[in-house]
Design a protein around this ligand. Structure first.
Ligand SMILES: *[C@@H]1O[C@H](CO)[C@@H](O)[C@H](O)[C@H]1NC(C)=O
Ligand SMILES: *[C@@H]1O[C@H](CO)[C@@H](O)[C@H](O)[C@H]1NC(C)=O
Ligand SMILES: *[C@@H]1O[C@H](CO)[C@@H](O)[C@H](O)[C@H]1NC(C)=O
Ligand SMILES: *[C@@H]1O[C@H](CO)[C@@H](O)[C@H](O)[C@H]1NC(C)=O
Ligand SMILES: *[C@@H]1O[C@H](CO)[C@@H](O)[C@H](O)[C@H]1NC(C)=O
Ligand SMILES: *[C@@H]1O[C@H](CO)[C@@H](O)[C@H](O)[C@H]1NC(C)=O
Ligand SMILES: *[C@@H]1O[C@H](CO)[C@@H](O)[C@H](O)[C@H]1NC(C)=O
Ligand SMILES: *[C@@H]1O[C@H](CO)[C@@H](O)[C@H](O)[C@H]1NC(C)=O
Ligand SMILES: *[C@@H]1O[C@H](CO)[C@@H](O)[C@H](O)[C@H]1NC(C)=O
Ligand SMILES: *[C@@H]1O[C@H](CO)[C@@H](O)[C@H](O)[C@H]1NC(C)=O
Ligand SMILES: *[C@@H]1O[C@H](CO)[C@@H](O)[C@H](O)[C@H]1NC(C)=O
Ligand SMILES: [Cu+2]
Length: 642
């Protein structure tokens, strides 16, 4: 039974790296003495439960957020507790099984007060409902697709999916799209804790609204009193992303790459305010039919935990609250040593947890109202109405006045990740100074292919823009020794150490006659892993000199990092542990670029993937359903598929 058996006391659950036996999710009957944690005010009634940890107690509270569970009967509880220092990649507390249902449908929506007729949503709303679980829980999510013109999949952004590659939700890679009326069951374990988001990986579907927050309760690296459930911050377009994409692709015959489409507004937790005239524009909602501006009440002196997510299509933001300081405690799903700042730059797909003390700096506003602002970073996004005043913090719950507060002065709006020296993980990774792979061979350039493939110029990473066949996911080809170059597959069959991958914006190996340099910053996301940032710069990458500057000493660690763009180059060097057999997408999180082809697949330990998957029958069944749907529909594939 491996590690899902009851271990009454003292023994922490150790992650067994022998697969197959790990797959029996057990449900424990609840007993009165079962340990429960009511971690939050944000979601009343939600409880974490650890019935198998008999005799253990909850050690998490407003002044001990670093602790999660402790074995009170142990002589030295410090050595038998789950806390912020626990190496969550190898050890976790066994929670309970939770089950969720999601329904993806077409819907006319208007989060910013303007009708988007081709909206696509989860359970009738944008953002979709919160998926909430606890560290160590087993999760099953049944996703049903009712979209009339699209298939669908859901990806659980940033979750490791250790030994559950088939639940990663990437069509063409780990599954076929879910056809109209069909359901796919995603089953995985919450081995990390923190907040993230889920979104469709079907072509350009998530910018149309198929996205929602995900929260896994666990310890924090600083103390707080009350929390907010995660909020998605996003740029927003009134047109379907499937139409906007043609702006990006440009004219297919002219041989010119298009520009990024202009987005219309910014939306915070599903609300925004687009200025338009209802008397002349029938899609423009009058004020009384709009949602009120996002506002939250602060009680003087309390510490609030805010969980921020940048769920943009193309824009990065700088987040601030007038007169307040932010204490940052996590990068993506990695707890970090807290640091204080007035503003935080959040790239697409990135998340930060920040604690805000309700103690406004002078000058205190008479009405006690302060703006929450999201400023679009310089050169990272084009939004027609990018009004930064997006929400309100109120000290007087009865007030409805808009704030008169002013922004922090001297803030940088540079499009760059936070300085690495600020992002120090609590659980350190001392990174090997030697890579297990051939790094030059694994150096890739984000370029535009000179070749008009599939009717347009496209972004690429390998020599070919990614182009997947929805009906033939990589996971059903694991016996292959040769691969279609358009699947952009690279092999990493190592069972120890670190694999380094370098991505640049300047030519290193690429043949300039086949690919064109195009200056753009790209937020790079890797599935199945957290990675360390060995180096990140907007300068030129030098194959012999730059690696000498790599940071091996507990570098920042996360699942999305910006590849910066300077005039002459720019690079991002990452390192990951090849400890999770599977086929994992690495891609730019600007939806237009991923669709265009700026993506590749890392095939990790090919021969060990199948033994970790209990059965591919559900995957094959989904493919059958998709092929059946396809037989009656015309699918005009115009993008990579992701
Ligand atoms: C989504 O909607 C379904 C059907 O209405 C409901 O049963 C389910 O609980 C909802 N899911 C969540 C996560 O709220
Ligand atoms: C899911 O959405 C479809 C289409 O709107 C609807 O017919 C169906 O009843 C919904 N299912 C559930 C369980 O809510
Ligand atoms: C998805 O649906 C949109 C309509 O909302 C349509 O324009 C597009 O062609 C569809 N794409 C695919 C790949 O199914
Ligand atoms: C975001 O919106 C949802 C749905 O309306 C709501 O339940 C949630 O409390 C909001 N989040 C915050 C932090 O206010
Ligand atoms: C979200 O990411 C995009 C792209 O990197 C960036 O332009 C935008 O400013 C980010 N948003 C926030 C709130 O940081
Ligand atoms: C912004 O919107 C206005 C009004 O719809 C339009 O006239 C203008 O061209 C838009 N600007 C851009 C850059 O798209
Ligand atoms: C370089 O990459 C190619 C293509 O993936 C592979 O065939 C070759 O073995 C690699 N060379 C080394 C030294 O790793
Ligand atoms: C362009 O792409 C086609 C089809 O993928 C390929 O046959 C051809 O060699 C490519 N041409 C160049 C110059 O790369
Ligand atoms: C896609 O894959 C399916 C299943 O392997 C195959 O039947 C079909 O011909 C492929 N389509 C294309 C365009 O290659
Ligand atoms: C797997 O190999 C077969 C036989 O060579 C080939 O037809 C197929 O395209 C390959 N699959 C992928 C995803 O490259
Ligand atoms: C490169 O980065 C530095 C430091 O972050 C910044 O000061 C500079 O403006 C950037 N240059 C470009 C061209 O973006
Ligand atoms: Cu990009």
């Amino acid at each position: 039974m491996g590690f899902f058996t009851d271990c009454s006391r003292a023994l922490l659950t150790i992650l067994s790296l022998t697969p197959a036996s790990n797959r029996h999710f057990s449900q424990h009957p609840l007993a009165l003495q079962d340990i429960t944690i009511e971690p939050e005010k944000a979601s009343p009634g939600f409880k974490c439960q650890y019935p198998s940890l008999k005799g253990w107690t909850n050690c998490n509270g407003p002044n001990s957020r670093d602790c999660w569970l402790k074995d009170s009967a142990s002589a030295q509880p410090l050595f038998s507790q789950y806390d912020i220092h626990t190496d969550y990649e190898s050890v976790f507390p066994q929670g309970i099984h939770r089950e969720y249902w999601l329904n993806v449908t077409d819907k006319v929506i208007s989060p910013d007060g303007y009708l988007k007729t081709e909206g696509k949503v989860v359970n009738g709303s944008y953002p979709g409902p919160l998926i909430e679980a606890c560290w160590g829980d087993d999760i099953t999510i049944h996703v049903t697709n009712y979209l009339k013109t699209n298939g669908s999949t859901i990806h659980w952004h940033g979750l490791r999916q250790l030994h559950t590659n088939e639940a990663d939700g990437v069509n063409g890679v780990t599954q076929c799209p879910i056809a109209f009326g069909d359901t796919f069951d995603y089953k995985f374990k919450a081995l990390q804790y923190g907040h993230s988001w889920y979104h469709s990986h079907y072509s350009l579907q998530y910018p149309d609204g198929v996205a929602g927050p995900l929260l896994i309760h666990g310890p924090s690296s600083a103390n707080w009193d009350e929390d907010w459930t995660p909020i998605l911050i996003s740029d927003w377009s009134h047109r379907s992303a499937f139409q906007d994409f043609y702006v990006e692709l440009g004219n297919s015959t002219s041989g010119v790459l298009g520009r990024e489409p202009t987005m219309q507004s910014i939306v915070l937790n599903g609300t925004g305010s687009y200025t338009c005239d209802p008397s002349t524009d029938k899609n423009c909602l009058p004020q009384n039919k709009r949602k009120p501006i996002f506002s939250k009440v602060f009680q003087q002196g309390k510490r609030y935990l805010l969980r921020l997510i940048n769920a943009s299509t193309e824009s990065a933001f700088v987040f601030t609250i007038d007169n307040h300081v932010l204490e940052v405690i996590s990068t993506d799903l990695v707890p970090i040593h807290p640091f204080k700042t007035e503003s935080i730059h959040i790239g697409i797909g990135q998340r930060y947890s920040v604690i805000v003390e309700a103690k406004p700096s002078a000058p205190v506003q008479k009405d006690g109202n302060y703006w929450i602002r999201t400023v679009v970073s310089d050169g990272c996004g084009t939004i027609n109405q990018s009004k930064p005043e997006i929400g309100v913090i109120r000290y007087n719950a009865g007030s409805t006045a808009l704030p008169t507060s002013t922004n922090h002065t001297g803030l940088s709006t540079l499009c760059a990740d936070e300085p690495p020296e600020n992002l120090v993980p609590v659980v350190p990774w001392p990174v090997d100074h030697q890579a297990v792979n051939d790094v030059l061979n694994d150096t890739f350039e984000a370029f535009v292919s000179n070749n008009v493939t599939h009717g347009a110029l496209r972004w690429d990473l390998t020599d070919t823009p990614l182009w997947l066949n929805f009906s033939n996911p990589t996971i059903l080809n694991l016996g292959n020794t040769t691969w279609n170059p358009e699947y952009a597959i690279i092999q990493e069959s190592y069972d120890r150490g670190y694999v380094y991958i370098v991505i640049t914006t300047q030519a290193i190996r690429k043949d300039p006659s086949k690919n064109t340099h195009s200056v753009a910053a790209h937020p790079i996301h890797l599935h199945g892993h957290d990675f360390v940032i060995l180096a990140q710069s907007n300068q030129t990458y030098d194959v012999s000199a730059t690696p000498k500057t790599f940071n091996f000493n507990n570098p920042p660690r996360r699942d999305v990092a910006l590849l910066p763009a300077g005039n002459t180059g720019g690079y991002l060097a990452i390192g990951f542990k090849p400890d999770n057999p599977g086929v994992w997408l690495l891609h730019c999180h600007i939806a237009w670029h991923a669709s265009s082809g700026l993506a590749m697949q890392i095939l990790e330990r090919q021969s060990e993937i199948l033994p970790t998957i209990p059965s591919l029958d559900p995957t094959r069944k989904t493919c059958k359903g998709w092929d059946k749907w396809l037989a009656g529909h015309v699918l005009d594939q115009d993008d990579s598929g992701v």
